[in-house]
Design a protein around this ligand. Structure first.
Ligand SMILES: [Zn+2]
Length: 238
């Protein structure tokens, strides 16, 4: 298993590079770029957040609940009265902090359910919908947010996998299983729930094909190619 710093640096470096690429290609705006780096880095730390390790997870959840509640009131600020907004703010915060958080911590046992590909897919897909439907962000930005969170988590699992091979060499413990986990028999109930959630989230997800078409549009990538190298080297190569 890779340690906290390795995960932090690894996820930050890779999501930073990826975010910078789509930012330079003009596919996300300034705040989207920062969000992608932050989400990718956060994703890189998420799989190791177990319930024993309660301080960072509580802090993270408090912050996420605040952001969620603010997102709600900002979205409905013009339609609702001040009193309704306060109620909405409290309800949104309470829902995240007490209901979602409780379900989350129940599922959080290191190397348990949270340390798996489907759990992270649920979080990533959930974030796409939250960003698009609730917070009203643009389609491309919403998909990028989800992908970066999921991607960061995959970097985490890949690092764990890599380190378990490195440390144990040829005598890698097979019993410990792989870090890139899709299913574990002892948690079959939880995994069933996760895959049902994934199916539901995919069904209700914002249109992916539209996002995919934006990605496949050659224009941003052409722009990226032009801006790839510093002007000095570019001129020299010409
Ligand atoms: Zn881990």
């Amino acid at each position: 298993m890779a340690n906290f710093n390795t995960h932090l640096n690894g996820a930050f470096a890779i999501s930073g590079l990826a975010a910078l690429t789509v930012y330079k290609a003009g596919l996300i705006d300034d705040s989207g770029f920062l969000m992608c780096v932050a989400l990718g880095t956060m994703g890189g730390l998420l799989p190791d957040l177990d319930s024993d390790n309660s301080t960072p997870i509580k802090l993270g959840f408090n912050m996420a609940s605040f952001v969620f509640a603010f997102g709600l009131v900002m979205h409905w600020r013009s339609e609702l009265s001040l009193l309704s907004l306060i109620a909405l703010w409290l309800a949104g915060y309470g829902f995240m902090r007490y209901i979602v958080f409780n379900i989350f911590t129940k599922m959080t046992v290191h190397r348990g359910v949270i340390h798996s590909v489907p759990y992270m897919a649920v979080l990533g897909l959930g974030l796409v919908s939250l960003s698009y439907y609730v917070l009203g962000n643009a389609l491309a930005a919403s998909w990028f947010f989800g992908l970066f969170l999921f991607g960061g988590a995959m970097v985490h699992l890949a690092l764990d996998e890599l380190y378990s091979v490195n440390l144990m060499g040829m005598t890698m413990k097979r019993s410990s299983g792989t870090a890139m986990k899709f299913y574990a028999h002892k948690d079959k109930g939880w995994y069933l729930l996760l895959y049902v959630l994934i199916a539901v989230l995919i069904y209700f997800a914002p249109p992916f094909t539209e996002f995919w078409q934006q990605l496949r549009d050659p224009q941003p990538w052409a722009q990226l190619r032009v801006g790839m190298l510093p002007a000095m080297i570019e001129n020299y190569l010409r």
